[in-house]
Design a protein around this ligand. Structure first.
Ligand code: PLP
Length: 268
């Protein structure tokens, strides 16, 4: 019998691992698998982690990050990529250098700073390096509200303040900006994300807020879902809507794993 050859777009995550399987590279690869693209991964950091928290993290030597990128560039046709936990300024610089050196397609920067459990996943002094080196390379940056506040250096409490922050981030060279949970209307209990596109059009994505602590890895999942959709040829706007729906379904149909902030359901 002849072999049947199927082809899938190849997508790359440059991020940290989560031994607990719910966030980081593990969430990225599960999301990519579920979106029917072929996931590849450059390990930038390793965490000892479960649903209760991050017990320890360790950075990869930069030579090993370089080697992993070189291996992929020599053999794969990466159609889109994303960054997640990068740890410190040295690793941010190293990843940016590799992204300048190789064409891995459109880049989504998920500027992971602090885990929901409180662990610091990016050193404070690396935030400036992300702004200087990574954002100018990015198609889209996806900070949550706290990360957006760290980028602009002030509290964001109203819709107008969130929109102004997104414009400010765009001026750093990133084409499109998505600020997650950018406005929580306590009256209607709606969570909303603000998206500002390269052509200066924008939108608020609003969804009912689901009461759950099982949201470990939502940021990673959102950004890898969008990278997967871009790799398949979707427009950014289409990718945003698909990823939002994917996250909503994953949060609404939770699974029982671990004793803390449980992981998402990638079969939903
Ligand atoms: N661990 C790693 C390696 C991550 O990349 C992330 C991503 O944000 C987290 C933990 C945090 O996950 P969460 O804050 O969704 O629990």
């Amino acid at each position: 019998m002849e072999e049947q050859i199927n082809s899938f777009p190849q997508v790359l995550t440059l991020a940290g691992t989560d031994s607990g399987g719910g966030a980081g590279i593990m969430a990225d690869l599960k999301t990519m698998q579920s979106r029917r693209v072929f996931g590849t991964a450059v390990v930038v950091a390793v965490t000892a982690q479960n649903t209760i928290g991050v017990q320890r993290s360790m950075m990869m030597p930069t030579e090993m990050i370089d080697e992993q990128c070189a291996s992929l560039a020599a053999d794969f046709e990466i159609k889109a990529c994303k960054t997640g936990m990068l740890g410190d300024a040295v690793r941010v610089h190293c990843v940016a250098e590799n992204l300048r050196k190789y064409d891995f397609g459109p880049l989504i920067v998920d500027p992971v700073m602090i885990a929901k459990g409180g662990a610091q996943l990016l050193a404070d002094d690396a935030i400036q390096t992300v702004k200087d080196e990574l954002l100018p390379l990015a198609t889209l940056v996806t900070p949550n509200l706290v990360e957006a506040e760290r980028f602009v250096g002030r509290k964001l409490q109203t819709k107008a303040e969130v929109q102004a922050a997104a414009h400010e981030l765009q001026q750093l060279g990133v084409q499109n900006v998505m600020i997650k949970g950018g406005h929580l209307d306590l009256a209607t209990n709606e969570a909303a994300d603000y998206v500002l596109f390269a052509d200066h059009t924008d939108l608020w994505l609003s969804s009912p807020r689901i009461k759950t602590k099982r949201t470990h890895g939502t940021g990673d999942t959102l950004s890898s879902c969008m990278a997967a959709e871009l790799a398949k040829g979707a427009t950014l706007k289409e990718a945003v809507y698909t990823a939002k729906a994917y996250i909503q379904a994953a949060i609404a149909n939770t699974i029982q794993v671990g004793h803390g902030h449980g992981p998402l359901n990638h079969w939903a």
